[in-house]
Design a protein around this ligand. Structure first.
Ligand code: ARG
Length: 569
């Protein structure tokens, strides 16, 4: 669609002697097909042209002539442009078939590097459903940027350092055993952590012991580090199982601990810049001028904090990857944290501080209940995923008994349902999770889109005999896609590249997921209204080509948001 939009903008620019770039921005997609395929709000031009919007639209209606444009209408100050359906359909389908898996891809980001800090669960705590949002949003943004030509670097900033490890080591010494930790994994580590908090309400020395252990860790104490490493390994083993289920990869697992040897230099730079202030033995940076509370950099016992490590991490990443943009994906509870960090990095004199972006998202609740680690009431993501897979398997067994590789398909669809649910609304919205909605094959869900893709594949399989027509793009008799249902579908498919760019610019993967629902719904209308296999040869060929385009677009779109596209469900 953007090619023809550019063409129209250029031609109108010619006719009116107006700047094409602005016209391109003003061209809109009308809300319903009666108003054409593109429309130009002429009131935007009336001041410079000193004509009424109506007069401009009337004038353009007479003069705008392009082979791609069949007719124009002037209505209420808008110029409504109707394309020549056959020409447009032919161009779009040819392009999609030619580009295949590259349909929608671009080179916009060539030579630019973007760092994504995402997922980043905390060691020794379960990977819960709130971390899932960071993982799937980050993964989708990573994929979208890669598709648009950016060099992407995915970093898992594991929460593998901090006072909580002091608590864990203390708890392990009091109430733990190696056998129990080996067999119980993260569950046992969580039990110890929760128990620590229960006991600390009565025994006030526990917090001091925990602090002392963490100080030991920071000083390189062998025993402390041995236990810590063990807890990290146990946790990573469990996290990796989840990443495998989700089909998510990282380029680096550089957690908070990675920056330990880089902190001293940062602290002394902060001191040199006169940013640090002592407060009862602790060191902090005042940010009142920027309407933010102070950021604690070193505690009284000299140990570092989350802030300290994030400042070091940003500087390290800039030096190592020379990124053009760094994106941090966490829930909005960390808005202040990142606001403070970015400000401090700016105060250190790094002008690239404005390349740092916090991509915040809303909270997840299940049946209205929040999620918390302290009280031990967590919903474990692995359980949610496993349940989704088994529920989907039961659904498929009924719908399509005897489907080969059902386990793998159930995994792709079950996990896809969970991922899609997380991406279905604007990321900043709080979402609540409901099994019924997430797994509904007829709702606005991942399974619905995946099923549309599988249906397209099945049509293509049935049409194998005619496939040579599909694979010879450029020869599609696309005047046969002029009916409303086919044409609406063609138009939607043509929007994929623009939607992908928009998702990238707004850092909003839900733009893709909602777009995919629209495509799947339009495909379903087309499928019910337009017989494919039984139609006469030229019509059949055009429709098969269109189905092929649907398959390509759905698959590319699903891949962008991290879902797989099984051919049979
Ligand atoms: N581990 C943190 C948490 O679970 C998220 C880390 C986000 N990334 C960062 N660079 N701070 O809340």
């Amino acid at each position: 669609m953007d090619q023809i939009k550019t063409l129209v903008a250029r031609e109108v620019a010619n006719l009116l002697k107006a700047p094409a770039a602005e016209l391109l921005q003003w061209l809109e997609y009308p809300p319903n097909p009666d108003m054409g395929d593109l429309s130009l709000p002429c009131f935007k031009l009336s001041k410079t042209l000193r004509m009424s919007p109506q007069a401009i639209a009337d004038d353009l209606k007479e003069r705008l002539q392009l082979p791609e444009v069949e007719q124009c209408e002037s209505a209420g100050g808008y110029l409504n442009i109707f394309f020549h359906r056959a020409i447009f359909s032919s161009k779009v389908t040819t392009m999609i078939l030619n580009q295949g898996e590259h349909y929608g891809a671009r080179n916009d980001g060539a030579g630019q590097t973007v760092v994504f800090d995402f997922s980043s669960p905390n060691i020794a705590k379960p990977f819960h459903i709130a971390h899932l949002r960071s993982t799937v949003i980050g993964n989708a943004l990573y994929r979208i940027h890669s598709f648009l030509g950016y060099t992407c670097i995915g970093i898992n900033h594991l929460g593998d350092w901090g006072t909580q490890f002091g608590k864990l080591i203390t708890a392990y010494h009091h109430w733990g055993s190696a056998e129990k930790v080996d067999s119980g994994g993260i569950d046992e580590l969580l039990r110890l952590y929760v128990h620590f908090h229960d006991q600390a309400e009565y025994d006030f020395t526990l917090e001091d012991q925990a602090r002392a252990w963490f100080v030991k860790m920071e000083q390189g104490d062998q025993e402390a580090l041995r236990l810590w490493r063990w807890f990290v390994d146990i946790s990573l083993k469990e996290f990796n199982r989840i990443y495998e289920l989700l089909n998510v990869q990282f380029d680096h697992y550089t957690g908070e601990s990675f920056y330990n040897d880089k902190l001293a230099a940062i602290v002394s730079r902060l001191k040199d810049k006169g940013l640090l202030e002592e407060d009862k033995g602790a060191w902090l940076i005042r940010l009142d001028k920027y309407d933010m509370p102070p950021a604690l950099i070193l505690k009284q016992d000299g140990s570092s904090l989350y802030h300290t490590r994030d400042i070091a991490a940003a500087i390290y990443r800039k030096e190592t990857y020379s990124f053009n943009k760094a994106i941090y994906i966490t829930d909005y509870a960390q808005n202040l944290h990142f606001g403070q960090c970015f400000k401090i990095i700016g105060l250190l004199g790094y002008e690239w501080a404005n390349e740092l972006n916090h991509v915040a998202f809303g909270r997840v609740s299940i049946d209205g209940a929040g999620l918390s680690t302290r009280k031990g009431k967590v919903i474990k993501l692995e359980d949610v995923l496993e349940q989704a897979i088994s529920k989907v398997k039961t659904i498929i067994e009924k719908r399509n008994p005897g489907l080969e590789n059902i386990d793998e398909v159930a995994r792709q669809v079950g996990v896809g349902a969970i991922i899609f649910n997380d991406l279905s609304a604007n990321r900043i919205k709080d979402i609540s999770f409901s099994w019924e909605e997430t797994l509904n094959f007829d709702g606005e869900t991942g399974p619905y889109v995946q099923y549309a893709h599988a249906r397209a594949c099945s049509v293509l399989t049935k049409a194998t005999r005619y496939k040579d027509n599909v694979q010879a793009p450029g020869r599609q008799p696309t005047e046969h896609l002029g009916d409303d249902d086919s044409y609406e579908l063609v138009k939607l498919l043509s929007l994929f590249p623009e939607q992908t760019r928009l998702a990238m610019q707004k850092l909003e993967p839900s733009i893709i997921s909602r777009y995919l629902i629209d495509v799947a719904q339009a495909f379903s209308r087309f499928y019910h209204e337009c017989p494919i296999i039984t139609a006469d040869a030229p019509v059949r060929q055009a429709r098969i080509a269109l189905v092929h385009c649907v398959k390509i677009t759905l698959r590319n779109g699903l891949n962008l948001i991290g879902l797989q596209a099984p051919e049979k469900i």
